[in-house]
Design a protein around this ligand. Structure first.
Ligand code: FAD
Length: 419
């Protein structure tokens, strides 16, 4: 009965569930194709950073947890670390545009220009069921939800747990992990809007990951990958608020992309090296043009007026305590990106890092940058390639989740009809 079909306005937004679903039917095929294009499919990430908060022994030995790396020689030259570190050096001398807003980052950015990290072809490493579960994964989720702690009395905690690997951070999080009984949800009566925002974003990410697990589940008896309806019922369908948070994240990320659309329109998403522009072969020129055109399609969908005005970032971080709350929010979200180093399964860590970085980039666009900062002429180096890749792949993850919800509705209807 009305199985997982929410309707009406999504709380904290002026968008209806139905609008997002309708937009997603248009968005999903485009973004699904876009992330297959070279600019969006290669991601450089350091999967071997130590967990800074506790001793992580829960390494997942399943084959499904492993990540296939790509040789640097397969990556278009202009995105390799040597080329990027050369660009960084020269642009650092150009004045204030480069590295202008690093302090405003909501998460630790994977830096493409450093030698650390591995190149990953995301298309070869789909996010799906890996078998990673139990104490290790629960400790990570619990630590992430424990970061949802705001308030002026907590200002000292925020600075001590600033996530820079200091002793304070380690102690605070260790006690959070060991001492926590369950996962806390914010109490509506006494919670500030920013705390609810944090919770919704995290719960939406968690729910989206759960949907991917259920949508591509390994049937261990047949060795087949297929949707698992019971998994979806247990984790999502019986928890409508989790599902609602996925829709909320869709609105938030689309709003961020719409806000920065002029910046993305000017972003170089082509494979062709700058030095050979104009002399490029027909195939690379056509490929670059196709990437550009798909990106423009996605930007236009995000800019649709009913979506772009669906989330009002100006409603948050107002009032006398706003600067402190914003600083705390940023600190906590940065801690979440450090907690990702504690995920004991390479594949889960890869997608966890990417999505935290994507949401962090959306939060930065919404809450830390004004129109002047987002002006591509004034600030061309504002976002690193890794942030752009993470943001659009995160939109793809959310869009695919919403698409899978529709698939599960149909699977459910078919099972009902068969009974
Ligand atoms: P969990 O999903 O571990 O949830 C723990 C508890 O959190 C639940 O009991 C419930 O109380 C609460 N909860 C659950 N969902 C929500 C929500 N949306 N909002 C609020 N509270 C909630 N496994 C894979 O197979 N593939 C992956 O790609 C993968 N990626 C992961 C990435 C990260 C960053 C992490 C931490 C884990 C990942 N895992 C992945 C593991 C997966 O998320 C689960 O932890 C695992 O499947 C065990 O699930 P569970 O049913 O015990 O509940």
């Amino acid at each position: 009965e009305g199985y997982c079909s929410p309707s009406g306005p999504i709380e904290h937004t002026s968008c209806a569930y139905e609008t997002i679903e309708q937009v997603n039917t248009e968005l999903f095929p485009k973004i699904h194709e876009l992330v297959e294009h070279p600019f969006f499919r290669y991601y450089k990430v350091d999967l071997f950073r130590e967990c800074p908060f506790w001793q992580e022994n829960g390494f997942c030995m399943n084959r499904a947890c492993s990540v296939e790396e790509t040789e640097e020689s397969e990556i278009p030259e202009k995105w390799r670390s040597a080329a990027l570190s050369a660009v960084t050096v020269s642009s650092a001398e150009d004045g204030p545009s480069s590295c202008y807003f690093r302090d405003d980052d909501f998460c630790f950015i994977e830096d493409d220009s450093t030698p650390e990290g591995q190149y990953i072809d995301l298309a070869l490493n789909p996010e799906r069921f890996t078998g990673y579960a139990g104490d290790s994964s629960h400790a990570v989720w619990r630590a992430i939800y424990k970061e949802n702690c705001f308030g002026l009395s907590e200002a000292g905690f925020a600075s001590s747990a600033a996530g820079r690997g200091g002793k304070g951070a380690k102690e605070v999080l260790a006690s959070a992990v060991v001492g926590a009984g369950g996962i806390s949800t914010p109490n509506d009566n006494e919670t500030c809007e920013e705390k609810k925002l944090y919770y919704r974003v995290i719960s939406g990410l968690h729910a989206s990951i759960s949907i991917h697990i259920c949508a591509e589940y390994l049937d261990t008896t047949t060795g087949e990958w297929k949707p698992n309806l019971q998994c979806f019922v247990n984790r999502l369908a019986t928890h409508p608020e989790r599902l609602s948070n996925v829709y909320f994240n869709a609105v938030l990320v689309l709003r961020a992309i719409a806000r920065a659309a002029p910046y993305f329109r000017a972003y170089d998403v082509g494979v062709t090296p700058r030095a050979t522009l104009g002399k490029e072969s027909c195939s690379t020129a056509a490929g670059d043009k196709a990437t550009r055109s798909l990106l423009d399609n996605v930007l236009s969908i995000a800019e649709r007026s009913d979506i772009a005005s669906g989330f009002d970032e100006a409603a948050f971080f107002q009032g006398p305590d706003a600067p402190i709350l914003k600083e705390q929010f940023k600190t906590h979200f940065r801690n979440v990106s450090r907690i990702m180093d504690c995920v004991g399964c390479d594949k889960c860590r890869l997608w966890g890092k990417l999505q935290v970085s994507g949401i962090g980039t959306a939060l930065k666009i919404l809450f830390a940058l004004d129109d002047k900062a987002l002006d591509p002429k004034r600030n061309p180096d504002l976002l690193q390639r890794s942030e752009v890749v993470a943001l659009f792949n995160t939109l793809h993850r959310i869009s695919e989740s919403l698409n899978s919800v529709e698939d599960f509705r149909q699977i459910y209807a078919a099972t009902q009809a068969a009974e």
